[in-house]
Design a protein around this ligand. Structure first.
Ligand code: 0O2
Length: 221
């Protein structure tokens, strides 16, 4: 009986991994389209990079067991919303909001949840925009809506988060007070850097837009 359960769960997890790879591909395509169109419209690239992942079978099974979730695909899809993850790193904070708005406005996407850790950073200093959206994936049997966790953050926020993540795992969640204070200070520096960069960018980009317009006029006439 135990063996049948394990085999059943393994097949279910394989199926879920495949479906969520499709969901990730759908969202990646949406992000790539926004990136290229934005570049065309505004002549700078708001998206530095995009990274995606599908939860590994091992950590998905662990989460199913931890949550005491029924081991069937439907129940797992409904209760575990971070099987598919897409992380978008933007140059500037303003771009993070632009990307979030452009994505969540798309009417084939259903927004399940938005968390704005930029407006309200976590106690440790973590800042990012999180959205859980449902995107339809078209299978032979029809459309299947699947959840994708989208994280949108600036380069500085991403730099901070990857270091914090490493430290958190190294200390198994019990980060010593001194390091926690250092991380909080580093988060404040990252936020200050974001502000300065955004101001500089606004100054310079405004000016270069004018220069571009002048050039177009000269060549067209
Ligand atoms: P990993 O190792 O990146 O996969 P959940 O527990 O996920 O069901 P929760 O905690 O309400 O729900 O979700 P939240 O706050 O939206 O966070 C989800 C993900 O955001 C995390 O996934 C991390 O990737 C990232 N995140 C959230 N808080 C922090 C933080 O303080 N530091 C860093 N570095 N990343 C954070 P996982 O599964 O927790 O981790």
């Amino acid at each position: 009986e135990m063996l049948a359960f394990a085999v059943g769960l393994r097949d279910t997890v394989q199926r879920l991994s495949m479906e969520h790879r499709f969901a990730v591909a759908e969202v990646e395509t949406k992000v790539m389209i926004l990136r290229e169109e934005f570049l065309h419209l505004h002549r700078y690239n708001p998206i530095e990079h995009v990274k995606s992942r599908v939860k590994s079978p091992k950590s998905l099974i662990e989460k199913v067991l931890r949550k005491g979730c029924a081991p069937d695909a439907e129940a797992i899809r409904a209760s575990i919303r971070d099987i598919a993850g897409v992380r978008v790193t933007c140059s500037f904070i303003q771009d993070c909001y632009r990307v979030l708005e452009a994505l969540t406005a798309q009417d084939d996407l259903r927004v399940l949840e938005i968390k704005d850790y930029i407006a309200e950073p976590k106690a440790n200093g973590y800042r990012s925009l999180h959205a859980i959206v449902e995107v339809p994936v078209f299978l032979s049997s029809g459309a299947l809506p699947l959840a994708v966790e989208i994280q949108i953050r600036s380069v500085a926020q991403d730099f901070w988060a990857s270091l914090e993540h490493k430290i958190f795992y190294k200390y198994d969640g019990e980060v010593p007070e001194r390091l926690r204070a250092e991380l909080a200070a580093a988060a404040a520096s990252a936020a200050a850097l974001d502000d300065r960069m955004e101001q500089l960018h606004a100054e310079v980009h405004g000016a270069s837009d004018l220069a571009d317009d002048g050039f177009d006029e000269l060549t067209l006439q």
